[in-house]
Design a protein around this ligand. Structure first.
Ligand SMILES: [Mg+2]
Length: 428
């Protein structure tokens, strides 16, 4: 047995957590740079606000219905997400964190009579301890647990929990569910299934699994089996090793000169390396890309990309910033309006897998290599995480106002209530 726990309108719920005045009011959250709507509360969705809508198209709706607007506050959402997951871990032994607001739970040791009370307890405890509403779907397979969760969200009479153990009830739900709602059915697959006359989840469950395997693949065959209550997907509690670290961002406004892009790229590389070191990894390759602004001319049609090997693999910010700058110099073409840049670190490995170069010295006399560089980076990270002050490279820009050209536009940012001392809410 699996449970899928999914937070309801998660970003909006986080924004409401310390703003009780927003209960029942429509809330939307914007993308980086405040460009598009990326999430909305139920009330906002009911007013016709859609995910992905450019914010300038929603202006009228926002004004007319007094919709509360927020820039995305990922520091807050990430912290609340961890609290939700930690709460789930107090109730069951195995939790697979599937996304920022979803987790699968392993309920295989539970008796059938215990399932509904547990699902209700999950809802109540997350609501009480964290303050975020969740729905819980319980079923013998992950694909069915996803559908049970949809039903729990969609039908208020369920009280936010659906346990799908009864085959008759399962069949009824599958018949009501369009095949596009099944986990793993994308738009293209949906078209091909509909051409075969498969329109509901029940049609798919009743399809001949051998035929599905022949026409599609073993992945879709597994879907059919899962819909019939035969588990093919197991709980995956081991996070897969990281393949890459990306730090990229759209500029607040198009940039036409090199110096601000240099600063931005230094900053992106700096942050990417911080994330890398948090996981004790070393990067073997750095890639830099530049994209022209989506509006206005002239434009380059494709993002421009260049990459270079880092040998030996490194965790030293200075090495990567230096390399990224060299790549940028080769990439830069004057005369365009640039809208976005990014740094990507790949070929990642742990410390034990780093091969030192034949000609690099590990002697302490060499200030930029090996153990001394690691020690320096550790000091840098300690200072920057302590909250006592910040240390950065001069190449990232000396003053905050210089950096504002490429800084993100976040005009509607809420406080980091739970992750910054100065933003702690005050109770009177
Ligand atoms: Mg959700």
């Amino acid at each position: 047995m699996f449970a899928l726990v999914d937070c309801n309108s998660f970003y909006a719920a986080c924004e409401r957590l310390f703003r009780p005045d927003l209960q029942g009011r429509p809330v939307v959250v914007l993308s980086n740079n405040d460009g598009c709507i990326v999430a909305g509360s139920e009330e906002a969705k009911a007013l016709g606000v859609k995910t992905g809508m450019p914010v300038h198209l929603a202006r009228d709706l926002i004004a007319r219905h007094k919709i509360a607007v927020f820039s995305s506050n990922y520091a807050l959402y990430g912290d609340i997400s961890q609290r939700v997951m930690a709460t789930l871990e107090t109730l069951v032994p195995q939790v697979e964190v599937y996304s920022i607001d979803e987790a699968f739970l392993d309920l295989s040791l539970m008796g059938e009579a215990e399932l509904l009370p547990l699902a209700q307890q999950v809802r109540a405890r997350v609501a009480r301890w964290v303050g975020v509403p969740v729905c819980v779907g319980v079923a013998p397979t992950k694909v069915l647990a996803k559908l049970a969760n949809h039903a729990a969200k969609r039908y208020p009479a369920t009280g936010g929990t659906v346990v799908l153990t009864d085959p008759a009830r399962r069949e009824k739900l599958l018949a009501l569910t369009p095949v596009s709602r099944v986990w793993g059915v994308g738009r293209r697959l949906m078209g091909r299934l509909e051409a075969l006359g498969i329109e509901t989840a029940l049609d798919l469950a009743r399809a001949d699994s051998c035929m599905i395997r022949r026409r599609f693949s073993v992945v879709q065959e597994r879907l059919v089996r899962e819909l019939n209550g035969e588990p093919c997907l197991s709980l995956d509690t081991q996070p897969s090793p990281r393949q890459q670290v990306i730090h990229s961002r759209s500029f607040g406004e198009p940039v036409t000169t090199l110096p601000p892009v240099r600063q931005a790229l230094s900053d992106f590389a700096f942050r990417a390396m911080e994330s890398l070191r948090k996981e004790s990894l070393y990067a073997g390759r750095v890639t830099v890309y530049l994209r022209t602004a989506p509006m206005g001319k002239p434009q380059q049609l494709f993002p421009n990309t260049l990459s270079a090997a880092l040998s030996p693999a490194t965790a030293d910010t200075r090495v990567v910033v230096h390399q990224a700058q060299a790549l940028l110099t080769r990439l830069w073409k004057q005369g365009y309006r640039y809208g976005k840049a990014g740094v990507i670190l790949t070929d990642l490995r742990g410390r034990g897998q780093v091969q030192s170069g034949l000609f690099t010295s590990e002697q302490p006399a060499e200030p930029d290599s090996g153990a001394r560089a690691d020690a320096l980076m550790a000091v840098l990270d300690t200072i920057n995480q302590s909250g006592a002050g910040k240390v950065w490279l001069a190449g990232q820009g000396m003053q905050a106002d210089q950096r504002s050209v490429w800084a993100m536009r976040r005009a509607h940012l809420s406080p980091a209530y739970t992750c910054r001392w100065s933003d702690l809410p005050v109770a009177r």
